[in-house]
Ligand binder design. Sequence first.
Ligand code: UGA
Length: 436
Amino acid sequence: MIAHKASDITVTVVDLNAARIAAWNSDTLPIYEPGLDEVVRSARGRNLFFSTDVKGAIAAADIVFVSVNTPTKTYGVGAGRAADLRYIESVARTIAEVATTPKIIVEKSTIPVRTATTIQEILAANGKAVKCQVLSNPEFLAEGTAVADLMNPDRVLIGGERTPEGEAAIATLVSVYARWVAPERIITTNLWSSELSKLVANAFLAQRISSINAISALCEATGADVDEVANAIGKDSRIGAKFLKASVGFGGSCFQKDVLNLSYLCEHFGLPEVATYWESVVKMNDWQKHRFAGNIVKTLFNTVADKRIAVLGFAFKKDTNDTRESAAIDVVRDLLVEHANVVVYDPKVPAAEILHDVSGKGVTPNPRLSVASSAIEACAGAHAIAIVTEWDEFKTLDYAKIFAGMQKPAFIFDGRNITNLAKLREIGFRAFGIGK
Ligand code: UGA
């Protein structure tokens, strides 16, 4: 977006992974995101370059955005909750090794609060007396709407040291965003506030979904309708209407990871009650995913053994091919444990990815699991349909035709509340939503 908006700024994207860089230089970009092709095409070769020359690009740069991944640690202290900062540290060491001119180093990755200290210490201990300023500039874009979010962000957050050198670095980065973002949307803070705000924003968003999902269960038990409840409370401007869509559970690479990391940080700073509070947001999400699969089993007369279940959607939300932490993974696994024959269809996720996500890398996929190339094919002969991702095409399927080709009674479980349950019932389906 910087390259697209500011033709006088040269942007070089570097990665050690040559295949990935080759993909960025090709006609088929490595990620699917609406509008991304146009943005890349507008600037690539002009002032946007993709390269594997990591050191050369760092040496030449005035500003270095550190955008490496910070996955959840899988080993040792904090396993399963803390962020793994080894890639951040390795970037800091590379910068220290090759930098010969002053640089502004921008933390773009999502990191725990106080990570900037680590980067500063590594630079100070290894650098050749080159002055570097570390800024925090967390990314708030969501997948599926990345281009629109970058084009028109709610806010850009920049944190830095409140010293003359820090303020100068902040001003430089502000001048980059000011090319297309209104000044009142660019917020500057101290380093720690900026680092912490990223985790807290995701934790608050995740908390809203877990809250409304908890209420979805109460709605089902009482005859209330979760969409009506969400609409009624969302009209209170203090609560607001967004992020109150009850669902089979949130997924994606961010919410679970960041909430667990926040919880781990709380524990680290001696606040176990606060840690438990945030962890419960993730526990509620796990519960909601298992509740959805459990409801399918219960409703199909307490057995899905050898029954064909069509799972529509596998990505963690629509308009992305990303499946990380997708609710679909847990739903499919739960159904396989009950010996269902599961047929998955997703418009953007390749079959190999689906099989690998459910069964594990290098593991022979469960023979009960298969992938269809259309929703119609997945549903043919099925006992039940489970909608797990809210792809637009699932709203307009010819459900009467699908119903005709299914086993009877034909069940549909809409984990995203995107269909008209009343119409489906008119067709003959036994139809269930979330919180309905
Ligand atoms: C999230 C945040 O929304 C971004 O602001 C943040 O920058 C990003 O994480 C990140 O840390 O990089 P993302 O994970 O791409 O973005 O997607 P979301 O749109 O937030 O959706 C997350 C999950 O929550 C999806 O599974 C979605 O279907 C679910 N969701 C969302 C609901 O179930 N109900 C809602 O009302 C909203």
